[in-house]
Design a protein around this ligand. Structure first.
Ligand SMILES: [Zn+2]
Length: 411
């Protein structure tokens, strides 16, 4: 009876600590203990006790007293997320290379490394051991700086099951890959996930790191809903509802790239015809513009050439992009009709085509979605993060700490 009682108290304390950390991360402005008590519904006494525990374990530090917010004659001292103690590690294997990244709970990037490589027919064992070698210096740096690594994520361009099997990543040519057999996975125990889903997480302010405070120019709020589209050779997507991913019953939701826009269209790698990917994927566009074909169409140089020709109004390039835009609009409008969100975030190489293209998508979507009389759709291009999925992978690692802070405290 006694044991059960103490477990419950620890659970409650863990839950409360988690809620406090979440509240600090999501807030666009610094919060004092009194602000936090008000926001979380905790008593001031409990807040004071838990605040001391967070200070002791270097989750938070005392910020500068806000003299502008003097209440009852005393300036309030905000609790800010500490720097230099808690880190998440992101890992990614993508169609254009692989890399790693470490992120501080306060939102600052600790370090990252990326290797551009031709991943066409790359062998899994070779890629995982190369990534292992790449991440070791990062781990050493974290150790040197006395960081505590609380978790890791692994972003992959395919379907990943909960039991760490990569079911398929067709653009890598990998199928039914048991991820747990790799040394790297055994050592860092990452949460593996689809790259589009992890990239979507990186767009949610305060999801696992301190939201930028003071600026107030976030495009989204922490509990907003949106459709994220990740564009590369393949096209993936994720639906975020009220700040959380809608993963589906098997974790496979959001595969927009394989929505068919033409039953008589080109055969896709998935076996169906006319998938979005066959019109708007990176390789498909390069081929349609007559720049390169086959494995040569996969290179980043081919992509740069497409972008250059499109800017110079080359008819074939313009035509390819226009068809890609039509296919994108068709699928996004369908997705909006199905999941009912009003915000679309365009990530990956399509975002290179700039704000005019986003505006064009937005205008057409606002003419095509069923709810157009009541809902204004907006299409946003996120600020340039080189690898949003890699950041998202580090964030999902940090979430392990935020969801279970007591599990990481020294006593
Ligand atoms: Zn397909």
């Amino acid at each position: 009876m006694t044991a059960l009682r103490s477990i419950n108290q620890d659970d409650l304390r863990n839950h409360n600590l988690s809620v406090i950390i979440d509240t600090i991360l999501r807030s666009p402005m610094p919060l004092s203990r009194a602000d936090l008590a008000k926001a979380t519904g905790l008593t001031k006494a409990t807040m004071s006790l838990l605040g001391a525990l967070l200070l002791k374990n270097r989750v938070v530090r005392e910020g500068n007293p806000e003299t502008s917010q003097i209440t009852y004659g005393r300036p309030s001292t905000p609790l800010a997320i500490s720097h230099g103690r808690w880190a998440g590690v992101g890992l990614q294997i993508n169609t254009d290379g692989y890399g790693c990244l470490a992120m501080d709970l306060d939102g600052s990037l600790i370090d990252s490394a990326w290797v551009h490589d031709d991943m066409h027919e790359a062998r899994p064992d070779h890629v995982f051991s190369s990534l292992d070698a790449l991440v070791r210096p990062l781990e050493a740096k974290l150790k040197r700086k006395r960081y505590r690594v609380v978790g890791a994520g692994l972003a992959l361009p395919g379907l990943v099951t909960d039991d760490m099997t990569l079911l398929m990543a067709r653009n890598l040519g990998w199928e039914r890959l048991d991820l747990s057999r790799f040394d790297l996975v055994q050592r860092l125990d990452p949460i593996a996930g689809n790259e589009a889903r992890l990239a979507a997480l990186s767009q949610i302010p305060g999801y696992a790191t301190q939201r930028s405070t003071g600026g107030g120019n976030d495009l989204l709020g922490p509990t907003d809903s949106f459709l994220y589209i990740s564009t590369d050779i393949g096209i993936g997507g994720a639906v975020v509802r009220h700040g959380a991913i809608e993963a589906g019953d098997h974790g496979f939701a959001g595969e927009l790239g394989h929505a068919s826009v033409d039953l008589n269209g080109p055969t896709c790698r998935c076996g169906r015809r006319g998938c979005l990917e066959t019109y708007a994927g990176r390789k498909a566009l390069v081929e349609a513009a007559g720049i390169a074909a086959g494995s040569e169409a996969l290179s980043s140089q081919a992509m740069d050439e497409l972008y250059r020709r499109w800017q110079q109004d080359d008819p074939k390039a313009v035509d390819a992009i226009d068809r890609g835009v039509d296919a994108m609009i068709s699928v996004i409008a369908t997705a909006i009709n199905i999941v009912d969100v009003d915000t679309v975030i365009l990530g990956g190489f399509w975002s290179n085509f700039g704000g005019d293209l986003a505006q064009r998508l937005q205008n057409r979507l606002n003419q095509l979605t069923l709810g157009r009389d009541a809902v204004h759709v907006r299409v946003l291009i996120p600020s340039r993060t080189p690898n949003p999925a890699l950041s998202g992978a580090a964030l999902i690692g940090l979430r392990r700490f935020i969801d279970n802070p007591l599990g990481f405290f020294d006593d």
